[in-house]
Design a protein around this ligand. Structure first.
Ligand SMILES: Cc1cc2nc3c(=O)[nH]c(=O)nc-3n(C[C@H](O)[C@H](O)[C@H](O)COP(=O)(O)OP(=O)(O)OC[C@H]3O[C@@H](n4cnc5c(N)ncnc54)[C@H](O)[C@@H]3O)c2cc1C
Length: 471
């Protein structure tokens, strides 16, 4: 039975504490802005009992950056004392010992979970932050003052009124989105074929994959992957590894943009015999090749072998790379001959019900690869109105390229990535949230006592155990 508790108020809700939400919180502590962020009350809400790593550790693939990139997110004088106990943690040493290698994502997930647990303990004790874990945001109501965030915890419904809401609940892959994208190019998936989300398949082990694809292998129909990114090539390798000995001979991979590879420099690319466009593919700030859109590490090796030898990694499985621009007829034939299509194309943000005070629903305007938002992740609605105080930048939402930080001209997608969440991506979000809180605080200073005092002393608070961390 759902019951309704009295609402509480705060300045900021961080909804979703996966790599994006955590990146913002870590960055706030590192930049000395966490106290200001928490001044009017800061509540972190996440549906997981042990928040911190989000879905990242669930994917059975290799990271697209070396271990040191993740360690770099934890490396800062302000974090040194907090993370001292990590020295005794296996998860930390596993990454540290192989800091220059791209590691399996489950190892990275473990590191982020352990670091986040220490981090929560610190900010709850020192900054009065509240952590509501095992709590699911179901609905958000927007009005001119801010956001009403409805949260479900153990069958009870609670309401938080917040001036600002940082909402990163991860991404989802919608099969209709794939069908629409193909239809825009005049391509169709036959009704007899089933569409499967790579997001789900990438979490499966070989045994599970063999079960999933058993019927396809027993038939004379094909399997086609759609997408050309890190997850598409990781999916390709996972399928070849798992299914080769069950009889898989060939996979199709359908992509729209050219397959691009990442290199640290033009020199490195040339030495590897990789042909790139010096105008389109080079980042003017770093000199890197395909810095934002190129395949890296294991996915790059798989991509290279696919392009050069038509093989998937070290397996005997062959792959047909088919471009929707150059091989349209072959693409349509491959789709028509397939009984399973694997969706490896982009993500949409996972959102709760979003509505206005008058009950009308809000839909957020999309851009290629994510949401149409400003540099602080503040989105606009279907009427073109900006939703001030709402910020999204994680999986499915992303941020546009900041020209001052650089990228390659050929990349027109959105930026995602743990390091970005901990650095450039969340910096602008923190500034925007603080600006809105400052504006409100000026009003409150004259009109009413500090909201933190109201939160701690006045209003009935809350779920027992939520003052600290249970998990
Ligand atoms: C296959 C794949 C591989 C990737 N590999 C890399 C990589 O190697 N390196 C890299 O830097 N980036 C990588 N990324 C990109 C990105 O960094 C990750 O996807 C990252 O996990 C995104 O973080 P997030 O916080 O946006 O979402 P998530 O990781 O999905 O986290 C969302 C959080 O929200 C919570 N949540 C969900 N719904 C609710 C709700 N209703 N109420 C409350 N809480 C909720 C969840 O419990 C979770 O903690 C990869 C992405 C994919 C898809």
């Amino acid at each position: 039975m759902f019951t309704e508790s009295m609402g509480i108020e705060c300045g900021c809700v961080v909804g979703g504490a996966g790599p994006a939400g955590m990146g913002l919180l870590f960055n706030a502590l590192k930049s000395g802005t966490l106290a200001a962020l928490a001044r009017d009350g800061l509540i972190i809400v996440d549906s997981s009992p042990t928040p911190g790593a989000g879905c990242l550790g669930d994917y059975r693939i290799t990271a697209n950056s070396v271990g040191d990139v993740f360690l770099d997110c934890l490396r800062h004088p302000a974090l040194r004392e907090i993370f001292e106990p990590l020295e005794g943690a296996l998860a930390y040493w596993r990454v540290r010992y192989q800091a220059q290698s791209a590691l399996p994502l489950p190892d990275i997930g473990q590191l982020l979970t352990e670091a986040s647990s220490l981090f929560f303990e610190h900010i709850v004790n020192h900054y009065g932050v509240k952590l509501w874990h095992s709590s699911t945001i179901t609905q958000v109501v927007a009005d001119s003052e801010g956001y009403e965030v409805w949260v479900e915890h153990e069958g009870h419904l609670h309401c938080i009124r917040s001036r600002t809401l940082v909402l990163n609940l991860g991404g989802r892959q919608d099969s209709q989105y794939l069908l629409d994208g193909l239809a825009d190019q005049g391509l169709y998936v036959p009704p007899s074929a089933s569409i499967h989300s790579a997001d789900r398949l990438l979490r499966m082990n070989s045994v599970q994959l063999r079960q999933q694809f058993a019927d396809a292998l027993a038939s004379d129909k094909g399997i086609t992957l759609v997408g050309g990114s890190h997850s598409a090539f990781s999916m390709l390798e996972n399928l070849a590894d798992a299914l080769e000995f069950a009889g898989l001979k060939t996979l199709n991979l359908v992509h729209r943009s050219p397959i691009r590879l990442f290199y640290e420099s033009a020199e490195e690319a040339r030495q590897s015999g990789y042909v790139f466009n010096p105008q389109q593919d080079v980042c003017p700030v770093t000199g890197r090749i395909n810095r934002s859109g190129g395949l890296r590490y294991r996915a790059r090796d798989v991509g290279r072998a696919a392009v050069e030898r038509g093989r998937v990694g070290n397996t005997g499985v062959s792959v047909r790379l088919l471009s929707t621009r150059e091989d349209r007829e072959a693409v349509q034939q491959a789709l028509a001959d397939s009984c399973m299509v694997v969706q490896c194309t982009g993500y949409q943000p996972r959102l709760p019900v979003l509505m206005r005070r008058d009950g009308s629903m809000i839909s957020l305007r999309e851009a290629k690869g994510g949401l149409d938002s400003d540099p602080g992740g503040c989105p606009i609605d279907e009427h073109g109105l900006r939703l001030h105080g709402l910020h999204l930048f994680g999986l499915g939402a992303g941020l546009g390229v900041d020209p001052s930080l650089g990228s390659e001209a050929s990349f027109d997608g959105r930026i995602y990535g743990v390091w970005q969440f901990h650095h450039d991506a969340s910096r602008a979000v923190i500034e925007a949230v603080l600006e809105r809180l400052r504006y409100k605080s000026r009003e409150i200073d004259v009109a009413a006592p500090n909201l933190v005092e109201r939160l701690e002393n006045g209003l009935p608070f809350l779920f027992p155990g939520f003052a600290g961390i249970k998990a």
